[in-house]
Design a protein around this ligand. Structure first.
Ligand code: PGA
Length: 258
């Protein structure tokens, strides 16, 4: 039985004062979602604040990215060892906003997939669980290339790290056309893609596939979470905008309680 996970990606939002209110609002209601794993992903500068607030709460935390390098002259980067130092249980890897908006922009998608695989290896060496974001762009969606895009990254990760390593990870299907648009994928569409992802792993190792958590991300809200999470291969959500409102986020966490 896979325990659901709800991850709140704050992206580049928050201030010290606002974070206190948001975290207090979530923690005050944590009895409502005790059967679900919950993790918060603040901007890295607030990691210590979040760690202090959550350390004896049963909730987890992590960062929104990490370096593929171990340490050294990489200005502005954060290493896997640093995440461990701050008690991070998870790290988001390969989020489409990193792919589309940053240095990552100039690179070919295939090169990017290899960088994602290097970051996954780096997180795993420090015992931090990668949440690997995968999803097709609106153009790829229109061309019917969803499975191709997903299979490309999954195969690179399986070839590089081995299928057993996937048992130490979480996958997140994040169709780029659904992120921040208010237009979530339908539960049926997401289920079909999640099932494709699980089958891709099962071809190598059925036990790993069965235990693998696969989250859905893209405009998850309090009122559409339950039908998404009721699908057999959807094991929780990666939530952006709605994670900035305590009541809305708690509603999503409750929807993941079976
Ligand atoms: P959204 O973002 O919930 O605001 O669509 C999801 C994500 O980017 O992880």
């Amino acid at each position: 039985m896979r325990k659901p996970l709800v991850a709140g990606n704050w992206k580049m939002n928050g201030t010290s004062a606002k974070n206190v209110l948001l975290l207090d609002g979530i923690l005050a209601q944590k009895d409502k979602f005790s059967s679900v794993n919950v993790a918060i992903f603040p901007p890295a500068v607030y990691l210590h604040q979040v760690q202090m607030a959550l350390q004896s709460s049963g909730l987890s935390w992590g960062t929104q990215n990490l370096s593929q390098f171990r340490q050294g002259a990489y200005t502005g980067e954060i290493s896997a060892a640093m995440l461990k130092d701050f008690g991070c249980k998870y790290v988001l890897i390969g989020h489409s906003e990193r792919r589309c908006l940053y240095a990552e922009l100039d690179l070919d998608q295939l090169v990017l997939d290899h960088i994602v695989a290097d970051k996954i290896d780096m997180a795993l060496t420090e015992g931090v669980t990668p949440i690997i974001c995968i999803g097709e762009s609106p153009e790829e969606h229109a061309k019917g290339q969803t499975e191709e895009v997903i299979a490309r990254l999954m195969d690179i990760v399986i070839n590089q790290s081995g299928v057993k390593a996937l048992a130490q990870t979480v996958l997140a299907y994040e169709p780029v056309w659904a992120i921040g648009t208010g237009k979530s994928a339908t539960p049926e569409w997401a289920q079909e893609v999640h099932s494709f992802m699980r089958e891709r792993v099962a071809k190598h190792d059925r036990a790993t596939a069965e235990s693998l958590q696969i989250l859905y991300g893209g405009s998850v809200k309090g009122d559409n979470a339950a039908p998404l999470f009721s699908m057999p291969d959807i094991d929780g959500g990666l939530v952006g905008g709605a994670s900035l409102d305590a009541d809305e986020f708690v509603k999503i966490c409750q929807a993941a309680c079976s």
